[in-house]
Design a protein around this ligand. Structure first.
Ligand code: SF4
Ligand code: ZN
Length: 287
């Protein structure tokens, strides 16, 4: 992970890196590894967790994140979505008539970016590993989804005051290597699955195909993702249209109202961006 960080220049001296922790092995390993060389490279790590309000699953995930952070000598910032806006993922999904995972993805991206902007973080470290990224990238190529492909590099850039860039320290690390790391280090991680988790069959097929290919031709996924990062992403055209601040909350939007404010207006009758911002402000000031 350290060589990936150095190879792709993901973190520099003086950076403030937020680690988005779900409680699963991947994000917990990222936190552990980044902490282990943060003094060497001179950057700061802040663990961040979102309690999504999905019953027992969310309570267990939060407890594991707190335990892992304490074990690594730090403390996690925990955003409780239901405390912040008066509804968790299940209520938002029901009221907006959208699938829980699509609502959840939007809410997670929104709160993580909001917290990172308010904490003036340099980047957000995600726990996406090689197996998933290679499957997403091949799927994006096969389906001609170049908007998605462009986001699958080792890092995305920040936009001053509105969006914080993402980094992927596990870009060249397989899921298996990551699991071994977590087990050897004795890291606590969530073993149960979210009750909403579904097998995405096309992605699973591609993932299985690529891991079989990697058995026959070791290293093929690594060279594929290096090529994606070095050759394909820089040549993929940028999307048309600009990003403008949401008129309710100031976060990024395409048309003046962000996806989160649209979703919450539909589900709760009022855009919840301003309320979310107030909650995150008070959480940061109480730390
Ligand atoms: Fe959210 Fe869906 Fe993942 Fe559950 S399975 S945590 S609802 S994205
Ligand atoms: Zn908004």
């Amino acid at each position: 992970m350290k060589s990936t960080v150095e190879k792709f220049k993901l973190i520099r001296k003086g950076h403030k890196v937020i680690v988005a922790l779900s409680g699963g092995k991947d994000s917990v390993s990222v936190l552990s590894a980044l902490k282990s060389f943060s003094n060497d490279l001179g950057f700061k790590v802040i663990p961040l967790h979102l309690n999504l309000g999905i019953g027992k699953f969310s309570e267990e995930s939060e407890a594991i994140v707190k335990e892992a952070a304490a074990m690594l000598g730090t403390q996690a910032v925990v955003i409780n979505v239901r405390d912040a806006i008066g509804a968790g993922i299940p209520e938002l999904a029901l009221a907006s008539k959208r699938p829980p995972c699509s609502v959840c993805g939007l809410v997670k991206r929104y709160f993580i970016n909001l917290a990172a902007v308010k904490m003036k973080a340099t980047s957000i470290a995600l726990g996406h590993h090689l197996d998933d990224l290679a499957a997403y990238a091949l799927k994006a190529i096969l389906t001609g989804d170049y908007d998605t492909l462009r986001k699958l590099g080792p890092k995305t850039e920040s936009e001053e005051g509105i969006a914080v860039g993402r980094i992927r320290p596990l870009y060249l690390t397989t899921e298996r290597e990551n699991l071994v790391y977590a087990l050897v280090k004795g890291l606590p991680f969530m073993r149960g699955k979210c009750p909403n988790a579904m097998r995405r069959s096309f992605e699973s097929e591609i993932k299985a195909f690529m891991s079989n290919l990697d058995v026959k031709h070791p290293g093929v996924r690594i060279s594929f993702m290096k090529g994606v990062a070095k050759e394909l992403i820089p040549k993929t055209p940028l999307p048309t249209g600009s990003i403008i601040p949401c008129r309710h909350c100031g976060m990024p939007s395409k048309d003046g109202v962000c996806g989160f404010c649209k979703l919450t207006e539909r589900a709760l009758g009022k855009p919840a961006g301003p309320r979310a911002a107030e909650y995150v402000d008070s959480l940061i000031h109480s730390q």
